[in-house]
Design a protein around this ligand. Structure first.
Ligand SMILES: [Zn+2]
Length: 282
């Protein structure tokens, strides 16, 4: 029998949630609750220069306004540095890392480094993960179905030149260490899945099941994000926002206009159908 379902929503604190990120939260929440599982909130705050301090409060309160209550305390990824370092050491001991002194210019457009850029003289630089040759190029996605990546990742940075742990390592490690069985997130992270599975496999551990949901684009065809000026979710209209998210996810919203947030979520949990989210071929 499978381990009990354990899922999470892990936004970066780069600003208030916009509709795209709310949709991800709704999908991961419903998938967890419909499976009788737990759902955690982890703030992925490992990149301080990009942080917007107000989002440490606005993200949890936005989720609460939408009835998306999480289990346990909010996890802050930045407080887990010692765990990240411990796993980084484990990868180093296995000879799966190297120091890279390449600059953006010297790397060129593909950003590839083949481990011959540095010598023992170099003590500073980023640390890259040596991607094994036999990395599987398929990912059995819970929502998108079986996916084959056109290009496996090149050796990628796991500790940045400025000493910060890179997103790929922190997320791969935390998802293992916090024992999630399922990770539901936006399809813009699909390619990251191959990197994170590579790290998890190198650590000798089984990856969570991944499910990537389609991205919400604005009228100009840009993914909603703070950078493209996406508006914050209006927490005065949580019922309408939830219905919008459910329609986007092709879920049943057969409820009256006056339904409460709680009614909408209960109906959505009862009728949750992840197979309806993305038709084959998306
Ligand atoms: Zn290099």
């Amino acid at each position: 029998m499978d381990a009990k379902y354990s899922g999470r929503f892990a936004p970066s604190p780069t600003g208030p949630l916009h509709l795209g990120s709310l949709i991800t939260a709704v999908a991961s929440y419903l998938d967890a609750r419909a499976s009788g599982g737990s759902w955690r909130l982890r703030i992925d705050d490992i990149d301080p220069p990009r942080h917007d301090q107000t989002s440490f409060e606005s993200i949890p309160s936005c989720l609460q306004a939408h009835g998306l209550t999480w289990d346990g305390d909010v996890i802050r990824q930045s407080l887990r540095r010692s765990t990240h370092d411990q796993y980084l050491k484990e990868l180093e001991h296995q000879g799966l890392t190297f120091t890279c002194v390449c600059t953006r210019t010297s790397l060129g457009s593909l950003g590839q480094c083949e481990a011959d850029c540095s010598s023992r003289r170099h003590r500073t630089g980023s640390i890259r993960f040596k991607v094994p040759d036999n990395l599987p190029n398929t990912l059995d996605d819970l929502i998108l179905g079986s996916r084959v990546t056109p290009r496996l990742p090149a050796n990628f940075v796991i500790r940045r030149r400025d000493g910060l742990i890179a997103y790929q390592l922190a997320t791969a490690v935390d998802d293992l260490d916090e024992l999630y069985t399922h990770v539901i997130r936006g399809a813009d992270l699909l390619e990251s899945g191959y990197r994170q599975m590579a790290i998890q496999s190198a650590l000798g551990r089984q990856s969570p099941r991944y499910g990537h949901i389609p991205i919400l684009y604005d009228q100009q065809g840009n993914k909603l994000s703070k950078q493209t000026g996406a508006a914050p979710v209006d927490i005065q209209t949580p019922d309408q926002n939830l219905k919008f998210a459910l329609r986007f996810l092709n879920q049943s919203t057969a409820l009256s206009d006056t339904s409460s947030v709680r009614d909408i979520l209960e109906h959505a949990i009862d009728h949750w159908n992840p197979k309806a989210i993305a038709p084959p071929g998306v």
